[in-house]
Structures are given as structure tokens and as C-alpha cells.
Design a protein around this ligand. Sequence first.
Ligand SMILES: [Zn+2]
Length: 205
Amino acid sequence: MVLSAKTGAAQAPDTASGDGVLRSGEIVAVEGWPGEWELMGPGPGPGVWTVESARLEDRVSAQAALSALQRLADAPHVRRGDLVMQSYPEQERAAVVGAVFRLGQWVAVKSYTLPDGRVWRTMDAVDRLEVVTPEQLTAAVRLEVARGTHRGRIVQAVVSSRAGQFRVVCRCAPGAGEICRDGRKVTWCPSLTSARDLWDWHVHQ
Ligand SMILES: [Zn+2]
């Protein structure tokens, strides 16, 4: 299957149907070359992409003809530069994707910038990652709440099937600090109002 560059087309579907806009960071095959390659950028010149071998170390840079680039049937859904979160509802921290490569399964190098400016790098299975936008992170509610001796937070989930829902935590609660009602392990609230109600219930126990 040979891909052609087409502007204005929608993002390619998961099926390797052929057409679709190629984007930097995608992992592709190059006809006649061994291994898998990351698209680093178009050029130099027309009809050519600069590619690097899709692995962690000893990456080789090369120029590949556009007509030789082949989309992978199981291409990873994240690419270099994506903002990602581990896909579980309690996750609050996002990281930026670096190299993506196959290590049995697809894995991504992720970088977190710590509050003091240092960068923390770690690796994660791509299956566990969800791409998010800076706007999603900014919009997520993170409220400090306090009443009497209770010190807590109301936190909105950004990813997973709980995205948009709220959990309430307090330092006085055991484990991860989640406040629960009705004997559930974690009580998720559908709205900020119901989360505040749960907090009020908690501080009046
Ligand atoms: Zn408490």
C-alpha cells in the first residue's frame, strides 16, 4: 500500500485504507527498508520525508520518498509531541510524548516537567495512554476545600470513562483519601454541586 499526501482530508481511519495526511511523529514502514520509522518532518525538498528509525537508541536518520511510506495496520495512536495521560480517572498529571517504538507492544517515552523545572522521563505502554489537550487540563476542576480539621480537594477526572466526573478526597480518609458513601470504594459525583454535597456530608460526620 502506498500513501499519497492529501491536504484537507480527515484523519485516516484505523483501517489502513491508504489515503490520509501524514503527520510528523507517525510511525510507518518504508518500502524495502527493514524496521519501522518515525516521520520527523517533510523534506528536504518535495516528495521526501526525513525519517528516523523508531527505536529508543541508535536512531538512524534518513530521507525516504513519500511514495515508499506505508502506514502500519497497528500504528500507535500517540505520537511525538502529544500531551497524554494514563487512562485512569484518578490521574491528574499529563506528560509529553517523545520517542514511540515497539518493545513487544508499542511504548512511548514520556516527559513530565516537575514544578522545579527538572524533567522526569519515564516509559509507558501506549495502550495505557490517552491523548488530551492543554485546554482539557486547564478546564479540569481542582479545588482545595477545608472545614474545621478537614483538608481536602475536589478533583475532576480528565480521562477514562469517568472524564468530567468528580471525586472528593480528604486527608482524614484512609488510603488514597477518597470520601465514600454507601459503602462504595470510590464515590464519583456527576456534578460539582453533588461533589460539594458529598464534602458537606463528610465534614458533618
Ligand atoms: Zn475529612
